[in-house]
Design a protein around this ligand. Sequence first.
Ligand SMILES: NC(=O)c1ccc[n+]([C@@H]2O[C@H](COP(=O)([O-])OP(=O)(O)OC[C@H]3O[C@@H](n4cnc5c(N)ncnc54)[C@H](O)[C@@H]3O)[C@@H](O)[C@H]2O)c1
Length: 310
Amino acid sequence: MVDLDFVMETITTFVVTVYYIIEGMVKAVLPTKYLPKKNIAKEKVLVTGAGSGIGRALAIHLAKLDCELILWDINEKGNEETAEEIKKFDGVVHTYTVDLSRKDEIYSTADKVKREVGDVNILVNNAGIVTGKRFLQCPDGLIEKSMSVNVMAHFWTTKAFLPSMLEKNHGHIVSIASSAGLVGVNGLADYCASKFGAVGFMEALMLETKGKHKAVDFTVVCPYFINTGLFDGVVTRFPSILPILETGYVVEKIVDAILTSQEALYIPRVIYILMAIKGLLPVKAGLLLQRFFGTTTAMDEFKGRPVKLD
Ligand SMILES: NC(=O)c1ccc[n+]([C@@H]2O[C@H](COP(=O)([O-])OP(=O)(O)OC[C@H]3O[C@@H](n4cnc5c(N)ncnc54)[C@H](O)[C@@H]3O)[C@@H](O)[C@H]2O)c1
């Protein structure tokens, strides 16, 4: 007996997969100015880690698109400086000092935001830390801190803000992960584990929610090293293929990805090709190529930013 439902499901899956491949290819080659964009003016956008680097530049860029910004950071001074920049062009901004390694603080600050500002429409999980130590030299507390800030915090902010997005069938969750969430790097075992976690979390979340809630979007961002200071001292073996990225360029790409509801953004583009190759190769060959591209030496001169235990 032929199961007609199964046959139909197989054919539909095949046809829609081909459609998505063609759509992906068109999107990959078309400049973003030709792609349909959503209007995010007046949206309430929460950016974590807004007191520096990507978070600061992204918050300012989104405020210029007329979004209402909610800035979270443990660094009150840095956060206020970002807010001042936004106020210079009459942007609407609210600041909250919060330690993202503490679940209770995240939940209590989220409640405060809902009371004082309202429901968040776009959540950008951006705050991150790098211990930058070889695994056996990395104190347990710092490993726990990496996991808390770089991935666990994403669980708690998402639990706090996703329900109202699902209720309204309107919203966007953005995760600033890393290319270290796609490949292992020497000296970044805890960071890689946390970023692989952030990437996996977003993929599972998309599967759980995307079918029923078509207008709630998800974007996971995986950039190579950026010149914000977080990875000060790192070296890239082939700068013409894998350059240290400029903050402004990365932020432009992230904003385009938000406006076009792009599910995954790898920067630079060569990472899409490297990931496809990694997926096809046996593990030993993949590790050899990673070595060749400098993942074993990139962190040799790392200085970064100091990460303290409480
Ligand atoms: N810079 C890079 O090379 C690079 C590459 C790939 C991915 N990323 C990711 O991009 C994101 C932003 O990084 P960046 O380069 O702008 O770094 P950054 O250090 O300039 O900014 C990170 C911000 O997070 C805040 N923060 C740190 N711990 C916190 C905590 N416990 N609670 C609240 N806020 C906290 C810091 O105060 C800071 O303002 C991070 O998630 C990082 O992992 C960075």
